[in-house]
Write a protein that binds this ligand. Structure first.
Ligand code: NAD
Ligand code: 6OD
Length: 484
């Protein structure tokens, strides 16, 4: 049985307490995760603090950048190990993880290594009251020990999206991966040792949230800043923990994202785009589209075309040829999603397709599968239109005017992302300007340039990461004023 150990001060650490990791594809136990208690979290934070004052803290930016490049290269060299770990933990299609998750794991180190090397700080010369001169310049200093709390949907991608810039900025990290996906964070410990990363720079503590590693880490007074990706409600708990000691937080939270398809859109591209945004990763993408608004002249045709696409998705395990959709992460999450499917039916939805569990053969019958599901006919007050489901499903409603589409899209507490489909440049600009989100894709979805600001408006997050915005969170600017 595979053992997932904590990684503290450069060493793999077992604990007396383990929990089972089950495979989403067949619910088989595939490993035992060693849960970190308060003592392990204390040790990880202590090691991270010591590294800040040790070799890592004294290292030049040039050397730091070289090490981050080496981490990226080593992830690429061990691409298949990372891929297998991610597939075992999540059950997602191999093509998805090999094209998105693992390459981004490496890119997240390279891109932020380049950014820290190339982005200058400000400098101002000034006149002094005695007729002389002074010069001001800003130093970027690390914030210190960063607590990184991660979700399970894109485990390596989302963890390294935080760890890459945090290390580039000279911080040390203690990572708490999701209890559902311990694999790639643990493997990254091997990479850190292989490339000669000083002990204590990268630490991993496994466990759950409340009364476990997540809470111990976020409440720890030795943690200087917390970066978190996950549910909005968890963000509220972490924000309360961070209030102790007035520690900064960066939050990427939930979404209830709208897709808007105008009648002038390139129809086939729009259908393909919404198919991806609704069903990719079995709908477990925070940026995914669970509310689709389609302009009335093409509404019926669009619903029929999306139905065809959903029904054509091959559901199966990661390695199955041509597989388009894997399982949900856990039995608990499957029950939650199926609860929403039942709710939609009870509230009077027209079920265009799906709404249940696909028939799977043999051992796979025990997996956490659900059908891709499309609803129409619900009022905007319906539960599945209001609450984030995080499953492969969407409701489609018609709209008439641009103003109506904008109002519908904005009528939510969330504000993460939207995807707009139109061939009219004016429409694209006006809608992008009026939508209350952190990210607006036009004629595309989840197209990422890591130099751009990423984050959510309203209940979808606090702050922005990406490019120089990550540097703003992971460093303190110290102004030095020298009277000449
Ligand atoms: P989650 O909030 O349940 O868990 C995320 C992490 O927080 C896990 O590691 C968990 O153990 C930990 N945690 C839970 N309670 C905690 C507590 N009280 N204190 C400290 N840590 C705690 O989220 P999830 O189910 O893993 O992921 C799905 C959610 O994440 C969805 O809401 C999705 O929208 C969101 N998400 C957002 C983004 C984004 O970029 N905005 C990206 C991915 C996922
Ligand atoms: O691409 C990214 O950097 C990012 N943070 C993606 C988030 C996806 C959410 O599930």
């Amino acid at each position: 049985m595979r053992q997932f150990l904590n990684f503290i001060n450069g060493a793999f650490v077992a604990t007396g307490k383990t929990f089972e990791k089950r495979a989403p594809v067949d619910n088989r136990v595939i490993g035992l995760v060693h849960e970190a208690g308060q003592a392990e979290v204390d040790a990880a934070v202590k090691a991270a603090r010591a590294a800040l004052h040790g070799d890592w803290g004294r290292m030049s930016v040039v050397k730091r950048v070289e090490l981050l490049y080496a981490v990226a290269d080593e992830i690429n060299r061990r691409f298949d190990d990372f891929l297998q770990a991610e597939l075992a933990d999540t059950g997602k299609p191999r093509s998805l993880a090999s094209h998105i998750d693992i390459p981004r794991g490496a890119a997240n180190f390279k891109v932020f290594a380049d950014i820290i090397k190339n982005v200058p700080t400000e400098s101002f010369e000034m006149a002094t009251p005695d007729g002389g001169r002074a010069v001001n310049y800003a130093l970027r200093t690390p914030v210190g020990v960063v607590g990184v709390v991660c979700p399970w949907n894109l485990p390596l991608l989302l963890m390294t999206w935080k760890v890459g810039p945090a290390l580039a900025c000279g911080n040390t990290v203690v990572v708490k991966p999701s209890e559902e996906t311990p694999g790639t964070a643990t493997l990254l410990g091997e990479v850190m040792n292989k490339v000669g990363m000083p002990a204590g720079v990268y630490n991993v503590v496994h466990g759950f949230g409340p009364n476990s590693a997540g809470e111990f880490l976020t409440r720890h007074s030795g943690v200087n800043a917390i970066t978190f990706t996950g549910e909005t409600r968890t963000g509220e708990a972490i924000m309360a923990a961070a209030a102790q000691g007035v520690r900064p937080v960066s939050f990427e939270l939930g979404g209830k994202n709208a897709g808007i398809v105008f009648a002038d859109a390139d129809f086939d591209k729009a259908v393909a785009g919404i198919t991806r945004s609704a069903f990719e990763n079995c709908g477990q993408v925070c940026l995914g589209t669970e509310r689709v608004y389609v302009q009335r002249p093409i509404f019926e045709r669009f619903v029929a075309a999306l139905k065809d696409k959903a029904e054509a998705l091959a559901i199966g395990p990661s390695e199955q040829a041509g597989v388009g959709m894997g399982p949900l992460i856990s039995a608990e999450h499957r029950d939650k999603v199926l609860g929403y499917y039942a709710k939609a039916k009870a509230e009077g939805a027209t079920i265009v397709t799906g709404g249940g569990v696909p028939g799977m053969e043999g051992a796979l019958a025990e997996g956490h599968w659900v059908q891709p599901t499309i609803w129409t006919g619900l009022p905007e007050s319906a539960t599945v239109i209001r609450e984030e489901i995080f499953g492969p499903c969407c409701h489609i409603a018609p709209f008439d005017t641009e103003a109506e589409a904008i109002a519908l899209a904005n009528a939510t507490d969330y504000g993460l992302a939207t995807t707009v489909w139109t061939e009219n440049l004016g429409t694209a600009h006006r809608v992008a300007g009026a939508i209350e989100v952190g990210i607006c894709w036009v004629n595309s979805w989840f197209l990422r340039d890591l130099r751009t600001a990423f984050g959510g408006a309203k209940a979808s997050g606090i702050g922005r990461e990406g490019g120089v915005h990550s540097l703003e969170f992971y460093t303190e600017l110290r102004n030095v004023c020298i009277k000449l």
